[in-house]
Design a protein around this ligand. Structure first.
Ligand code: SAH
Length: 354
């Protein structure tokens, strides 16, 4: 049975060495094997031609190579491609490929569904089904490289799911993605976005990774944030800012705040002033995201003039701010939209209360 087999793509380099040793194989084979899986991105043991037939047979008998398979692709007029990927148990997630002058970025999902319940977000509809394995996160990138032939240089964890709600697998994924025996993507080119699970955030800082962290703030005070994001009932903005200071102090790196702009909700002059006070003195960057309205979910996008005024006020107060360049709007690029459509569009709230 496939379930009894070892998910070999989720094993890091050390674990792979241990596996081979336990099979009575030479240790140096692990470099070859790791490269077949994580550099050449093959999906069959039989393709590993520099390993003996006997070893390939043994591996196939005890292990599986998990794959995420593209079952749908939508290409936007700006070149952004969105993929619906099927996992081995039939669940689906989304990944997006964005082409920039400086290289290709892939946005991956970390869970099937999400239990954070943000009111404007499509991914949370239907709640959390399960977290992704390390192999399933890696293979979203591998599958895009395999099928498009495009080399991926940047990875963002901003698709479906809350990365810090799948902590161990996500940290392992980051380490394996930046392993020199694999795709060797620099941690500096990896961005993790979180709604702000404070305890996990502090733990993440202590992992001493050199990734960029982005916090989905979206509101400058707790009352408003609670209306938009149920997680705000658990952690206050002050706790989040404290964790951000911890990050900035420990790493010397700048933190990013995401602020999705919802018309008449969080786009007023007063909100801008509160936001300025909140981040004063913190080494940060604020990314304003015009809301991508999702049918049945909260809010409309702020007017262009209001977004510009908000930005100007922040700039006047010497805060680094940009308006996110929008890509793939014509292809349901807001996370979770494609998956929902495929499922027949079920817009129940789907928020777990725990
Ligand atoms: N769970 C993580 C990452 C996934 S969402 C997080 O909360 O950060 C990536 C970003 O897109 C988050 O900032 C999220 O709040 C935002 N987002 C979700 N739906 C959106 C929408 N419809 N319009 C604009 N931004 C949205």
């Amino acid at each position: 049975m496939a379930e009894d087999k070892i998910d070999i793509k989720s094993l890091d380099y050390t674990q792979l060495q241990e596996l081979l040793e336990s099979m009575g194989e030479k240790k140096f084979r692990s470099k070859q094997l790791y490269e077949w899986i994580h550099k050449r991105l093959v999906l069959e043991f039989d393709e590993m031609t520099n390993l003996s037939k006997d070893m390939r047979k043994k591996l196939a008998g005890t292990c599986t190579i998990e794959g995420a398979r593209i079952i749908k692709k939508q290409v936007s007029s700006d070149g952004t491609a969105k993929f619906l990927m099927r996992l081995s148990d039939g669940n689906t997630v989304e990944s997006v490929l964005m082409k920039y002058k400086h290289g290709n970025s892939v946005c991956i999902s970390t869970q099937v569904g999400c239990r954070m319940g943000c009111r404007f977000c499509a991914s949370t509809v239907g709640g959390l089904i399960r977290s992704l394995k390390t192999s399933e996160m890696l293979d979203q990138i591998y599958e895009i490289q395999r099928t498009t032939g495009e080399r991926v240089s940047n990875v963002i964890l901003m698709g479906i799911g809350e990365p810090l709600d799948n902590y161990d697998n996500v940290v392992k994924f980051i380490r394996m993605l930046s392993d020199e025996n694999g795709l060797n993507i620099s941690q500096r080119n990896i961005t993790l976005s979180t709604c702000g699970l404070v305890d996990r955030l502090k733990k993440l800082v202590d992992e001493k990774l050199t990734i960029t962290i982005a916090i989905s703030l979206h509101a400058p005070n707790d009352e408003l944030r609670r209306e938009m994001m149920p997680i705000a009932n658990r952690y206050s903005i002050n706790e989040i800012i404290d964790a951000c200071r911890y990050y900035v102090d420990k790493t010397g790196r700048r933190i990013t705040f995401e602020y999705s702009m919802v018309e008449g909700k969080n786009d007023s002059r007063e909100c801008a002033m509160q936001l300025i006070e909140l981040v004063r003195g913190l080494n940060c960057h604020i990314n304003l995201i015009p809301l991508n309205p999702v049918e049945g979910r909260m809010g409309q996008r702020s007017k262009g003039a209001d977004i510009q005024a908000f930005k100007l006020l922040l700039e006047k107060n010497h805060i680094n701010v940009t308006i996110r360049r929008e890509m793939g709007r014509d292809i349901d690029a807001a996370c979770g939209q494609l998956r929902n459509k495929e499922k027949g569009g079920n817009y129940d709230e789907g928020i777990r209360k725990d």
